[in-house]
Design a protein around this ligand. Structure first.
Ligand code: SF4
Ligand code: SF4
Length: 351
């Protein structure tokens, strides 16, 4: 019940549950950006690189390396959700309601609360601090990412409105799996939509993300129609290239067919994002078995081959790029490829 109450406070315009704010990002839109990661996502992609962003609620994680074994967190938890034994601290997530008492009391910052409630005024004031580098970079701005920021659409719409009032370019990074009214609410305040398109096949989409792609495609058409009638926002498509799920020539060709057939030239960039395995420890700290725990990075040759399939399948091949760390990486880019630093706390571009 407490969780429901918490969630209800998060779907208005006054506060939002924010996971993190990442500064100087070069991966979430043009120029230098400040990216706000909102909690909550409707999809359950098996490869998700930010598992801590899926739940809309605050969550705690235990950082073993920092723990001094004092047991304070066990006593601090009002719900008896924390236990200690010879192997460390254990959180019973069926009892934990994310109150954060254990994190506040821990003397070693070994208990960390993921997700904090931010007021609108505080969040706007926080991003305004970055004005100098944002406005001095080429096309820089503010990106709302997650999770899917549209889970908290009323807040994000007002946040973007305030950001644009401050002169900032706004980018919405969405998986598209949301009720269309949420999308409609944010679009008028958005300069760029970064829209994830993962699998063309509905059954495969359901298998790997928990849901069919029909709502996502419906929302994509809505974005297209909005662009056609308003001549904005810009639209970038992002496709995570995931071993055993999305990394086939057939899938890329089929997605190209969607982009060509459905979007009427509205797309100005299509980015293929290589699978990233840097989030293994995040899953462990959250007590989740990760299906991709042992999966390795992809080969650059495969990424280039898939990018070529994409280029050969669209009328404007120049919109296609690929990015992300690859096995045997370090090779120099080829001019089409974007360099990225994979070792970020929150991994984006591969949703
Ligand atoms: S967040 Fe609150 S309920 Fe959850 S383990 Fe910590 S103290 Fe207990
Ligand atoms: S309070 Fe912090 S340092 Fe002490 S046992 Fe708990 S997690 Fe470890």
């Amino acid at each position: 019940m407490k969780r429901l109450q918490n969630l209800n406070t998060n779907i208005g315009t006054t506060t939002a549950t924010v996971l993190n704010i990442q500064r100087m990002s070069t991966e979430d839109g043009p120029g230098l950006r400040t990216t706000v990661f909102f909690k909550g996502c409707g999809l359950r992609c098996a490869w998700c690189h930010n598992p801590e962003s899926i739940s809309p609620y605050p969550e705690v994680q235990w950082l073993e390396a920092r723990c001094i074994g004092c047991g304070t967190c066990v006593k601090a938890c009002p719900l008896g959700a924390v236990a200690a034994d010879g192997r460390g601290i254990h959180i019973d997530r069926s009892l934990c309601d994310g109150c954060g008492a254990c994190a506040r009391e821990c003397p070693a910052t070994a208990m960390e609360l993921l997700g904090e409630e931010w007021s609108m005024d505080r969040l706007v004031a926080e991003v305004v601090k970055d004005r100098s580098y944002i406005l001095n970079s080429d096309g820089g701005g503010i990106t709302a990412s997650g999770g899917d920021p549209l889970v908290q659409a009323p807040f994000v719409a007002e946040f973007f409105r305030r950001c644009r009032e401050e002169g900032f370019h706004t980018a919405l990074d969405t998986c598209g799996f949301i009720g269309t009214p949420s999308l409609e609410r944010v679009m008028p305040h958005t300069d760029l939509v970064l829209f994830d398109l993962k699998l063309s096949d509905g059954a495969g989409h359901k298998l790997h993300t928990g849901h069919s792609n029909s709502k996502i495609l419906e929302n994509l058409v809505h974005v297209r129609d909005y662009i056609e009638s308003h001549e904005r926002p810009e639209l970038w498509i992002r496709t995570p290239v995931i071993p055993g799920a999305t990394d086939t020539e057939e899938n890329i060709a089929a997605l190209a067919h969607v982009i060509e057939g459905l979007l009427n030239g509205a797309v100005s960039r299509w980015e293929l994002c290589a699978f990233n395995n840097l989030c293994r420890d995040k899953y462990r700290r959250l007590g989740i078995e990760w299906e991709y725990r042992d999966a390795q990075l992809l080969d650059a040759a495969l990424m280039e081959r898939l990018a070529n399939v994409a280029r050969d399948s669209v009328t404007r091949p120049e919109i296609v790029r690929w990015s992300g760390a690859t096995a045997g990486e370090q090779a120099a880019g080829d001019g089409q490829r974007e360099k990225k630093t994979a070792a970020t706390h929150l991994v984006k571009g591969c949703g």
